[in-house]
Every structure is written in structure tokens, then in C-alpha cells.
Design a binder for this molecule. Structure first.
Ligand code: FES
Length: 163
């Protein structure tokens, strides 16, 4: 049996025992419990759910069921840069769909997914409030406008080079 693939139980207990203590003995706490795990790890990490469910009277499958149901929970870590491609009306009219298609093709991921190297997560969002620059995407906190499919790839490759 391998002991090298997951975080040590010591590390899990350091990060998660304070959360367990906060909710122990209380009822109806699955959502805040998952929210705290997500705050700690940046997503709903499988090993964290397994650890917490063993300590509390909630099954791991129930916790994953709730995590999957609500859009606020992420089951995968986010990449270093979150790409938000606008699909609002102004952007749509100016060709955001072809930008989104090219970005997804280039990165080899779909909406909501993260590249294997952990650099990019792709999201489609409603109006970003910069319609005069349509079509628009945000990368992290930066807005990039007047995009074309090739320009959007150039921009993303610049981020990738920065690492
Ligand atoms: S519709 Fe895209 S920024 Fe407003």
C-alpha cells in the first residue's frame, strides 16, 4: 500500500480539525462545512471530504452529492489564471462565441475545466460591464477587449510565458 500519494494525516488534521470542531454535534451543516473546506483548499478536495466525513456523522457520498448540486462549489482546483469570457449580448454580437471556441480548442479544455499544467481555468460569464470593448475576456483581474480569436490566443500565451 502506498503512503506517498496523499497529504499526511497530520497535515489533514492540522487543516481540518478546526473546521470539524466548529460543526461537531450540529445538524444541517453540510453546506457551511463544504464552504469551509473550499475556503481552506480553494476547492472541495476529495481527501478533505473523506477525512471530515469520517470524523462527523455525514457520509462522504452525501457531501459530494451536495457539492455537485450547488454551483458555488468547485470540485477541481482553479488554475493560476481564471479566464472569464463574456457571453453578454454586446460581446455575443461582436463574435465572443468564436473567441470562446478558439480558446477552448487551443487550451484543450471546456467551460469550468482547468488545464493539466494548472495555469488556466475557463469560465463563461455574463456581461463584464465593458461592452464598448466587446468582445471581452478577463484573465485574472485584467480586462482584454476588442478580441479576435487569434488575438485572444496571443494574450493567453503571454500569460503562460509569465508562468
Ligand atoms: S456584453 Fe460583454 S462586456 Fe458587456
Amino acid at each position: 500500500m502506498s503512503s506517498t500519494t496523499t497529504a499526511s494525516s497530520n497535515e489533514l488534521s492540522q487543516r481540518l480539525d478546526p473546521i470539524v470542531q466548529r460543526y461537531q454535534g450540529k445538524k444541517g451543516i453540510t453546506i457551511p462545512l463544504l464552504a469551509d473546506i473550499q475556503k481552506e483548499y480553494g476547492y472541495v478536495a476529495e481527501e478533505a471530504v473523506t477525512y471530515v466525513s469520517k470524523k462527523m456523522d455525514i457520509s462522504a457520498s452525501e457531501m459530494f452529492g451536495v457539492a455537485t448540486f450547488y454551483a458555488m462549489f468547485r470540485l477541481q482546483p482553479e488554475g493560476k489564471y481564471v479566464i472569464r469570457i463574456c457571453r453578454g449580448t454586446a460581446c455575443h454580437v461582436q463574435g465572443s462565441a468564436s473567441v470562446a471556441e478558439e480558446v477552448a480548442r487551443h487550451l484543450g479544455i471546456e467551460e469550468g475545466e482547468t488545464t493539466e499544467d494548472g495555469i488556466f481555468t475557463l469560465q463563461h460569464v455574463a456581461c463584464l460591464g465593458c461592452c464598448s470593448l466587446a468582445p471581452v475576456m478577463m484573465v485574472g483581474d485584467n480586462v482584454h477587449g476588442l478580441l479576435t480569436p487569434p488575438k485572444s490566443i496571443e494574450i493567453l500565451e503571454d500569460y503562460r510565458k509569465k508562468g
